[in-house]
Design a protein around this ligand. Sequence first.
Ligand code: SF4
Length: 576
Amino acid sequence: MKTTPDILLINSYAPRQRVVSDAALENSLVILRTYLEYKGIHAEIVDDQRVTALEKGVPQWCLRLLKTMTRLLMKFYRVKPLAAGMLVAAWPLQAYALQCRREYLRNRRRQIAADVQARQIPIVGLKLWYGEAYTWGRELAAEIRQYSPETIIIAGGPQVKVYGDIVLSHTDFDLAIMGPGEEILEKLITLRRQTPSKSIFLQQVHAQWGGPLLKTGGFAGDHTEVVRGLAAQTIPNYYAADLDGKILFHTIVDGVGCSWNNCNFCSHTRCTVPFTPRPVEDIITEIKAMLQRGISFFRFSSSETPMVHGREIAEAILTHGLNIRFSMFVRAANVSAETLATYRLLIQAGLRAVFMGGETGHDGVNREIMNKGIERKDIINTIVTIRLASDAVRLPCRVGLSLIYPCPLPPGISMEEVFQANVTLIDEALPDTVIVNPPGPFPETNWYKDAAKFGFKFSEGAATFTQRFMEYEYSIYKPVEFWDDLGSSLNDMESKTVLKETGKLRAYVASLGIPTDISDEYLMMTEAIGLQSKLDLVRFKQKTLLDIISGSTDYTREITASINAASRRLARTYTR
Ligand code: SF4
């Protein structure tokens, strides 16, 4: 007989695969479960986001046919009339596959809601992602509310960190946690046990925390609390079932926040506490625990890992003789001999890829629009420094450069000038991949608060735009004609034109033979399985694209098997 958990933790997900790393290990839900179990609380996880589950609900004949048509489409996409004809021919099949997936996800929602009802689970925690995954989470909450009105539904995860209390409007979430959830969930579960009904419980929560949005950690602005939280950071205890159908790639908490924390567009600035490091010895303990489970690929979680902290971690990894591979977010900087020495150490310790937010190659735009606190020469010099460090230690380290284009413009600067500045930046820096993002005015950022000044307009008001933005399924693989209008404009360009302009820069990057939009963790893991040349990366990109567009997982499963074998191989070299 099944027992009733105190809390059911659920990962939300979209009907279609979006990026190949969708199925990375679910560290945050496992951290919650580990912490709560340690406190004597029974927590269970529902996480369907697995490589092996992405095809479920769609008939195999449909996937095979879609794959063949997509392959042909990718082969002939330059022959415009032919490509357009193929696109039209494939469209009913795409729509049918999507309908099958949506039906499958609807059934999963019903199963989960029925389970919550049958076992009378008192609290459900939903990890929310953007776009259709958010919609799925919202609809699941509605279904749970319908059949189990006494169950408390708590939202958390990336979507809450970006949108805050907006996720609570027009939804069935009772509460939202913005920030780390371990301690606050423990308190809420304890309080629920002591209160006779949901309404009394919610009254008490609102009285104690000032409303349904519960800010914690850096989002509550309490630096001391962040330091204490990081010193007590839970190491996730992955069970065998947590690893099943997953890529053995673990996001490790190395600290919280970013040392600059001032960019006008950045939603991370809602965490108001600037970068705070986690004690290095604890990071090492966690790495060792993961190695014992066969996990050797890591990404540091901080919005930016400052060089000083990175250096200390690298020294500790080398001292302990840990054979791992990792990637991290870095900021471009005014480089020095010390920067070079630090990158050398980091690469020796296993750094194989960095993600760098450059945003634009135009200094005026960077200064007045982005407030990035860096200049174009810093971006180029930092990339050159990483290349020099890599050559010096004869180990690779790939660089992913992210740009925002198009963007708001300072007076007297045209979009064409910004485009050209981006083009020459890419030409000079030659990163291994470029991630081109359209501009997004996220809540509470300066771009949002001062939208008119930055040239953003919302035809139906900011609130309606934000609601739509939360559920917007931005897919770079869809022709612009099929994108929905967002109800926003930038410099009088309507949203589809904005996305078209983004595509223009992406096309330029591709024309150089540089693959676009490969995440840093994949830059790192593909290197480890022997995909080392530029051509290998381009092929990797094409094959993953084929999977993502067609809905098949043939290549994703193949690549996951290779990565996991490499992870276990590396981990075996670890001796306690
Ligand atoms: S964009 Fe990067 S550097 Fe700027 S505030 Fe955000 S995390 Fe920090």
